[in-house]
Design a protein around this ligand. Structure first.
Ligand code: SF4
Length: 688
């Protein structure tokens, strides 16, 4: 009995399922997860977790885990030893670089991998290969939010902590299905509503759980959030309700901005959004008179052609009302993946080194050149979207994708997979043989979070450690080790023994993380960036001004033009998003028995009005056709959507995958696909 007890271990880990960043103890016996036990000192979640964090771990022992590297031989894969796989990858990278140039190669980091793994991925790309063609999936989701914040307040992250959201007097969520996408954060809001009279205003196309709980719920027409935000801001100024002292002390660009608001009259906004003039006035009054306002937003804002501008409009409104730099205030783009914040923070981006320092800044580049002993590329690299186009144009020959099912999650599946087929050499590193891996020339089997050490950064810029619960599954390695093996084979012996050494190097180079080290992150301790050299971190940003030269924020003028709409032929609008039980495209959660039993497949939500108008019954099979492609699925009739709005979970697989419908339109400032702007027509295939 004593021996059996010894095999039971308890290690701290961080959940891999969303940006809330819940941490907890995992009880394991050998490779079996016995239970997940929240810890009162968990900074983001205390003793709470949601269904995914609590039960979502079976995928680690799934029979589908890859355990040997694969090399394509014609139309089948051959299992090979690691030595052979690594030397083949290195050889092909070298050949392509020599024949076509370094910019013919591209690298995709993973928002599910650790900060240290993002760091070594961009180091491989920049130092070893010599290209800035490195990006990550924040391009698919959060890049517009980051852009809007960079433009106005200078840091691309949440302004404060989850505690600030919980203590705000008024919380506004826009395009966020918080209860399903960020469950533990939603519970905090529900609690504050009940106990502290916090007000909640929800803006969404769908009447989801938080919408039903909201003090006010609005369903503005798809893609028009920028308009009501700007009109409300203008009305606040017209009434003289702005925070004058804050504006005087902390904000630049007022006159030009005020002028730019002229077109955003209440009449125009009401016509564009469908929100009445009286309601817009009431909103302006509530927002300007609230003691503290926190605005949370997600993909419902960012995945539009004007995603960056709408994020900017949110920040403009917060500046005008003085809602930055005080507890309970600020801008909160709710990061989706567990480490989507960290993956960008640590440099898997075509224009930034770690800590958002520019690749085309001489001084910054010189710092990295000195540390890495090579001359580094000056030219800004390609982002994900540009990479796919470049393959079609014959300008990109090779990609290395870590932990990303690009072939399903990027917009316009038909166009993306056609590109993947054209690659001369394609490396995929993952836990499973994903749909994307089917296109690969080499597949490298990696280890998931429970099998490795490192750090993740959650939505509140909080860096937290995860500890290894058990050894990597036989035949697999943590991503950082695999990347290190490739670098070594190509002549760069980094010789990291542990991820802490990668963090140390990163902290010595990136100002944002100057004081970060593993000791300060021991156990349940955490640090919120920026972290000064002496280890002081920053739970609440902007308390002493903004990170611009004169410490003042910038109001950013915007214009609006509705670029997208349904039309006579494509008369329905499809929205899409997460379900509580499933994570993104579902590679992990569809391998968890309990979850699959509860939510076995995706569906298409149809409104009661539309179902009556077209005689569609619950359970009917329908085909949706967009200009880019078609998807089929089973109908569920619900009051969550209204009128001609449809909803498709993004965990749909096979023929129900949403990205058969999405196309190549992107946010004009960041190339984030406009996943949420899809017009379709619907055909009933089977009545039921
Ligand atoms: Fe994991 Fe997010 Fe659920 Fe927390 S709220 S347990 S981080 S999925």
């Amino acid at each position: 009995a004593a021996m059996r007890e010894e095999r039971i271990q308890k290690t701290k880990t961080v959940c891999t399922y969303c940006g809330v960043g819940c941490s907890f103890d995992v009880w394991t016996k050998d490779r079996k997860v016995l239970k997940v036990e929240p810890h009162p000192q968990s900074p983001a979640n205390g003793i709470s977790t949601c269904v995914k964090g609590k039960f979502g771990w079976d995928y680690v022992n799934s029979e589908d885990r890859l355990q040997k590297p694969l090399i394509r031989r014609g139309d089948y894969f051959e299992e090979v030893e690691w030595d052979e796989a690594i030397s083949y990858v290195a050889q092909r990278f070298n050949e392509i670089k020599a024949e076509k140039g370094a910019d013919h190669l591209a690298f995709i980091g993973s928002s599910k991998a650790t900060n240290e793994e993002s760091y070594v991925m961009q180091k491989l790309s920049r130092q070893v290969i010599g290209t800035n063609n490195v990006d990550n999936c924040s391009r698919y989701c959060q890049a517009p939010a980051t852009k809007g914040l960079f433009r106005t307040v200078g840091y691309g992250g949440d302004s404060g902590s989850i505690d600030d959201i919980a203590s705000a007097k008024l919380v506004i969520t826009i395009g966020s299905n918080t209860a399903e996408s960020h469950p533990v954060l939603a519970s905090r809001i529900k609690r504050s509503q009940k106990l502290f009279d916090q007000k909640l205003f929800v803006f969404d196309l769908r009447k989801h759980e938080m919408a039903k709980r909201a003090d006010r719920f609005y369903q503005p027409k798809s893609g028009t959030d920028l308009v009501w935000l700007s009109a409300v801001t203008k009305y606040i100024l017209d009434q003289g309700w702005e925070n004058k002292s804050f504006l005087n002390e902390w904000v630049n660009g007022f006159d030009e901005y005020r002028e730019s608001l002229e077109p955003f009259t209440l009449e125009y906004a009401s016509e564009m959004t469908g929100i009445s003039i009286d309601e817009l006035k009431a909103l302006a009054k509530e927002i300007s008179s609230a003691e503290s306002v926190a605005v949370c937003w997600a993909m419902g804002v960012t995945q539009h052609m004007r995603g960056s501008d709408t994020s900017t409009a949110i920040s403009n409104l917060l500046l005008i009302t003085g809602n930055y730099g005080k507890p309970g205030t600020g801008a909160y783009p709710l990061r989706g993946h567990n480490n989507v914040q960290g993956c960008s923070d640590f440099g898997s981006m075509p224009n930034f080194f770690p800590g958002y320092e520019k690749v085309d800044d001489e001084e910054v580049r010189a710092r990295y050149e000195k540390a890495w002993g090579v001359e580094l590329p000056k030219k800004i690299g390609m982002d994900n979207h540009e990479m796919i186009k470049a393959i079609h144009d014959g300008e990109l020959s090779s990609m290395y994708v870590m932990g990303e099912d690009t072939g399903i999650v990027d917009a316009n599946i038909n166009y993306v997979t056609a590109a993947l087929e054209k690659l001369d050499f394609f490396v995929v590193q993952d836990l499973f043989l994903t749909e994307t891996a089917e296109y690969a020339d080499v597949v490298l089997p990696a280890s998931p979070s429970l099998e490795k050490e490192g750090t993740f950064t959650n939505t509140e810029r909080r860096i937290q450690r995860l500890y290894q619960s058990f050894e990597p599954l036989e035949g697999t390695y943590p991503d950082w080790m695999i990347i290190q093996m490739i670098a070594k084979e190509m002549g760069y012996d980094w010789n990291y023994q542990h991820p802490s050494e990668i963090m140390q190097e990163s902290a010595s180079l990136a100002k944002l993380f100057a004081g970060v080290n593993y000791e300060l992150l021991e156990g349940y301790k955490s640090l919120q960036w920026p972290v000064a050299e002496d280890g002081t971190d920053s739970p609440l940003l902007f308390t002493e001004g903004f990170p611009f030269e004169d410490k003042k924020a910038k109001l950013y003028p915007l214009t609006f033009e509705l670029k997208y709409d349904t039309n006579e032929e494509y008369d329905l609008h499809v929205n899409n998003g997460r379900l509580l039980e499933h994570f993104h495209e579902g590679n992990m959660t569809y391998r968890i028995e309990g979850i699959v039993r509860k939510t076995p497949q995706a569906f298409i939500e149809v409104s009661e009005e539309l179902s009556k108008e077209r005689g569609i019954q619950e359970g009917a099979e329908v085909k949706l056709i967009s200009e880019a492609g078609e998807a089929t699925g089973i109908v569920t009739i619900t009051d969550r959507v209204k009128g001609k709005e449809l909803f498709l979970p993004l965990s749909g697989r096979g023929k129900t995958a949403i990205n058969y419908l999405t196309d190549n339109r992107v946010d004009k400032d960041t190339d984030t696909p406009a996943y949420k702007e899809i017009a379709v027509k619907m055909k009933v295939l089977k009545k039921k």
